[in-house]
Ligand binder design. Structure first.
Ligand code: AFP
Length: 289
């Protein structure tokens, strides 16, 4: 094997090991620490939970130790944090997505996009997400998509490769319904008329994880009259999952264009997004194009 490829593989392993290590710490924080709000808002204007800040700090501490990391950009920070000028990768992450679900004891997750050469969709080298539910599961998308699960001995054991079917059975329609466009509403109604079942918790990580592991379906967070550019952030949420869905054999679009062809002008920019298996994305395109 080529020396550069071998080196790249080693460096990626180091990043994955760091995410595994920090995930175990986050699991403990979620289990035992309080769910109070802080008096601060993040760059998107969400009031931060003490848990958001705790998880962000844990991730910052671990990634700051890695030579291969040039900078980290967190959903919870206004500015990027420079780690090592000569580092190869930029890590864009959401430390605790769906954190408002912790106080009702629903699943939440952490999302990591590993970028090489800038935070454009095309520069994603790999993406990882972690689901904190009854169990802790970790998914790594690089050349393919692999599922791991935390075991009794504190290590993540490989479970299986994840592949989407051409058509699924689940529909996860995000956004406030009264703010949907009439076309979007009709599309969602038609999908249900086709026999799809509703699966939506309000946590992007478990909702997309369910679609991936149950073979397919559609997750949408469209442009709405209250959030015309969508709610979900490209760098920390949308691109990493678009990468996972494509590597699993599905597609991810903003309604018309491939999400991974998008370039945010600011790290906290949002985009409407649709993730699904091939048949469902065809349905979206038929409405939006
Ligand atoms: P929080 O992190 O503020 O709980 O938001 C979660 C989230 O960003 C994402 O995980 C969900 O898919 C989406 O918001 C849900 O938004 P709606 O409640 O508007 O459907």
């Amino acid at each position: 094997m080529d020396k550069t490829i071998r080196k790249k593989g080693k460096v990626m392993e180091e990043i994955y090991e760091t995410i595994k290590k920090v995930s175990i710490k986050i699991k403990d924080v979620l289990m035992y620490e309080d769910t109070d709000y802080t008096s601060h808002t993040n760059a998107t204007g969400d009031t931060q939970l003490a848990l958001d800040v705790r998880c962000d700090k844990l991730i910052e501490k671990e990634f700051s130790k890695l030579k291969c990391v040039q900078k980290i950009i967190s959903e919870e920070k206004d500015e990027a944090l420079h780690v090592n000028e000569n580092g190869r990768y930029i890590i864009g992450y959401d430390p605790l997505d769906g954190s408002s679900l912790v106080d009702v004891n629903l699943s939440v997750g952490s999302i990591f996009g590993i970028y090489e050469g800038g935070i454009d969709g095309k520069n994603l080298a790999s993406s990882v997400y972690v689901v904190f539910g009854p169990r802790v599961e970790l998914v790594i998308a690089q050349d393919d998509v692999k599922l791991y699960r935390l075991q009794k001995d504190g290590t993540f054991g490989f479970v299986k490769n994840v592949k989407l079917n051409e058509k699924g059975k689940h529909n996860a329609p995000g956004g406030t319904q009264k703010h949907w466009s009439s076309e979007h509403k009709k599309m969602v109604d038609d999908i249900f008329k086709d026999g799809y079942r509703l699966r939506y918790s309000g946590g992007m990580v478990p909702d997309l994880h369910q679609i991936l592991l149950k073979g397919g379906g559609l997750f949408s967070y469209p442009a709405t009259s209250d959030v015309p550019k969508g709610k979900l952030r490209m760098v920390f949420e949308v691109f990493p999952f678009a990468f996972v869905f494509e590597k699993a054999g599905g597609k991810a679009i903003d309604g018309i264009n491939r999400l991974l062809d998008r370039s945010p002008s600011h790290p906290h920019d949002t985009s409407p997004c649709f993730f699904g298996s091939l048949k469902e994305i065809e349905k979206v395109k038929a409405v939006y194009e």
